[in-house]
Design a protein. Structure first.
Length: 196
């Protein structure tokens, strides 16, 4: 049942942009995918790389409401000991899953090149698994309500450029989560988008 619902939502989200493109009007919203980089500010700091998706709907030429989700894969990291010579390589089975929603304020209106600032709220879930990427993503979704999930806030900024309905977007910000204090984590996203 979950798969049928997911396929129906996907079909509707792909049908709406194609109908708008046929009319030549590209300022109702955007849908896109992105590569995700997150620097988890822990000791030792771990760099995560993953993928994500985003959908946004424009309230007007300067304001959009966006929702996004990203999943980062397991990473290797290096620890250097106090003697400066000895290092240890380890694999983290930690897999962050983020879901964020909020406004994006666009500077440049409906022009093909514009900058924006955004402020989103949502969650970040830290699950641990030794499964492959697809199975790990599924288990992370299941663990959101019962796993290690924290409230998250994401202030950020970025730029986007479009050629007709197709474009590229880059944004960066601080994905903060709260667990025994505030944890600041650099997050950078880059990928193609389609306006509809």
């Amino acid at each position: 049942m979950k798969r049928i619902s997911l396929l129906a939502i996907l079909a509707l989200s792909l049908a709406a942009p194609s109908m708008m493109m046929a009319q030549g009007d590209y300022n109702h919203g955007e849908v896109g995918v992105f590569a995700d980089y997150m620097r988890l500010n822990t000791s030792p700091g771990i760099n995560f790389v993953g993928v994500g998706g985003r959908v946004s709907f424009n309230a007007n030429s300067f304001l959009a409401l966006e929702g996004e989700m990203s999943y980062d894969f397991a990473r290797n990291y290096t620890t250097t000991f106090n003697n400066g010579v000895t290092t240890q390589f380890a694999t983290s089975s930690l897999r962050p899953l983020s879901g964020l929603f909020g406004p994006a304020f666009k500077i440049g209106g409906s022009s093909p090149f514009r900058a924006f600032v955004t402020g989103k709220v949502g969650f970040i879930n830290f699950s641990t698994t030794s499964q492959n990427g697809t199975a790990g993503f599924t288990s992370s979704i299941d663990a959101v309500t019962g796993g290690d999930t924290h409230f998250a806030v994401y202030p950020g900024a970025g730029i986007e450029g479009f050629w007709g309905p197709f474009g590229l977007r880059l944004d960066a910000g601080d994905e903060m989560f709260f667990s025994g204090g505030t944890h600041h984590n650099l997050k950078v996203e880059f990928g193609p988008h389609i306006r509809f």
